[in-house]
Design a protein around this ligand. Structure first.
Ligand SMILES: Cc1cc2nc3c(=O)[nH]c(=O)nc-3n(C[C@H](O)[C@H](O)[C@H](O)COP(=O)(O)OP(=O)(O)OC[C@H]3O[C@@H](n4cnc5c(N)ncnc54)[C@H](O)[C@@H]3O)c2cc1C
Length: 280
């Protein structure tokens, strides 16, 4: 296994441009971890840091973003290493004419992050498309999991309840479709996001979870949080559930905004907004 340790400014790497200078571990692709499952046990697993509000100091992190992703398909199943960026998966789907992945278009994460978070969009979640995943538990055991083993719900797969430490790879269903149709659907979804979301600014996507009864952005807008700014962090006026970094926002700016948003919404509606972003 080609393990590397490198110093990286996580501020430049994180999607909200907040993070410390840190030494992180990496490998060429996540399947290599199977050679030494114990390697991940004492490390914090980072994907593409598109949902993570990082701490001001970080040690022993494993940055699982594949330089050489494994993406292959046969007989209705796409096999993909967990450090594969979703944009690479989508590129492959477009080239091969594999349908069913367009709901991932514009989500800036890795497969592992999406699986862990049960991420999705346009009413679809990744666990509804999974045949099985392979994972390493916190005792170093390699296990296989299928949807029926997992209590996945909106934006959480609860894999930690099954003792999972690291998602190694995933097998996802696909349908053969016309290549042009696959491409058009993916590009349509990216265009939709550009219109609705503040993609021109660094962010971590939706700050709070929606619920059946409400949309977080509507509640935040109602209580005047759209455009509210602390330091360089601001609830976007384009989509109030996105906290954007206007330049030099700090972790503390973001945390204070989150608390204020929660307090105002609670005071007005009696609803406690649950963070969707992962605060480390
Ligand atoms: C502009 C923007 C738009 C977004 N839109 C959406 C959207 O529409 N839908 C949506 O669901 N999300 C969205 N997101 C959030 C984010 O992109 C997803 O949650 C993504 O799946 C996170 O992947 P990641 O690799 O960046 O994970 P990270 O942010 O690095 O990590 C998230 C969590 O997953 C864990 N993790 C990551 N990889 C692994 C692994 N291999 N094994 C075990 N644990 C792991 C981490 O420890 C952490 O707890 C958006 C974000 C942005 C910035």
């Amino acid at each position: 296994m080609a393990i590397r340790r490198m110093e990286i400014n996580l501020k430049d790497f994180s999607h909200i441009r907040i993070g410390p200078q840190s030494w992180v571990w990496s490998v060429n692709n996540s399947l290599e971890v199977l050679n030494d499952p114990a390697f991940v046990l004492d490390k914090l697993v980072l994907g593409n840091c598109s949902k993570l509000l990082l701490p001001n100091r970080l040690e022993e992190a494993f940055l699982n973003v594949d330089q050489e992703p494994v993406i292959e398909h046969s007989e209705g199943l796409l096999h993909v290493s967990s450090g594969t960026k979703l944009s690479d998966l989508l590129q492959y789907a477009m080239e091969e004419g594999l349908g069913g992945f367009d709901f991932m278009a514009g989500i800036p994460g890795t497969v592992g992050g999406l699986v862990w978070m049960n991420g999705g969009s346009f009413g679809k979640h990744v666990w509804s498309q999974i045949y099985q995943i392979r994972a390493i538990t916190s005792s170093g055991e390699v296990i296989w999991l299928r949807p029926e083993d997992v209590e996945a719900e909106y934006r959480n797969s609860h894999l930690h309840r099954l003792g999972v430490k690291f998602v190694v790879d995933a097998f996802l269903y696909y349908k053969h479709e016309d290549k042009q149709d696959v491409r058009e659907q993916i590009l349509r979804n990216i265009e939709y996001r550009k219109r609705r979301h503040p993609v021109e600014y660094p962010s971590l996507g939706s700050t709070f979870k929606n619920s059946k009864g409400y949309k977080a952005w509507e509640l935040l807008t109602e209580v005047g949080m759209a455009g509210y700014r602390i330091g360089d962090a601001m609830f976007s006026t384009k989509h109030a559930n996105f906290i954007i970094n206007l330049g030099n926002a700090t972790r503390e700016d973001v945390l204070r905004l989150i608390e204020l948003g929660q307090a105002r919404v609670y005071k007005h509606f009696g609803i406690w907004l649950e963070p969707e972003i992962v605060i480390l």
